[in-house]
Design a protein. Sequence first.
Length: 269
Amino acid sequence: MVIKRVSFLFIALFMVGCQGNVKPSSQGVVAEAIVPPVTAPTKPTVTDTKVSEKITVEQKPALTAEEIVTQRLIVQGDIALEEQRLLTPVDDNANLYFQVVLGRDPGNYQAIQGIAAIVDRYTQWAWQAAQNRDYQKAARNVDFARSVNPEDPVITEMTTRIQDLKDRRRAAAAAPRKEPVSQREALMPKIGRFILPKTLFSLPEEEIITEIQPIIDEVAKTQQSLAIYWPNDKEARLIYQIINSRVTEFRVRAMIFHRADYKVDLVSE
């Protein structure tokens, strides 16, 4: 059995070696299979929309050294304005900072607004002082505002407003003062006072006499003089003539006041 197995193995090896030396014939071509190299399977590509989107961020250019200084001055001005350091101290006040900014950048919006805020503050203080009748203090505050920006129209407007207030107060002080009348006294009818209708002389003659008759009766009884308060002089004289013509015992005396009170008072001399 051992000899047979060795013989068989030797024959097999001999057959393999012979095949390697045999050239293929044109009639029997053995096609050699081409096997592609095996590669690892690739994972499917998943496109992340958030990642794939191109987010363009507008980057602001860096501030220049001069712009940095300007911004710092504006911040200092805002702080001084909030703390009401408007014109003082001399080297640390809102007006100084904003004016320096305008010197560096004449069209700077923040500095222009800061100057306007200072003017508004001083003009408001001026108005408050004027309402309290402290006109000297009001004038000083207006001058302070004018020193900040003399061309601001708010200053002219406030100056006119304060002057109008002063003029009204002077006129009120010069006008004659009426004695205060309590509400109760105003409602109580005064003895010897007769209120006539404003349209007295548009009434028929009989009704005119009816309205005036109580005055005639009282004058005849007390023999007092009259004080006629009527805006129209001709109508006032006509009232007197009617009363005087119907009081036959004596001549009635009267004074006429051209006031629209439409009343007749009996007065004692």
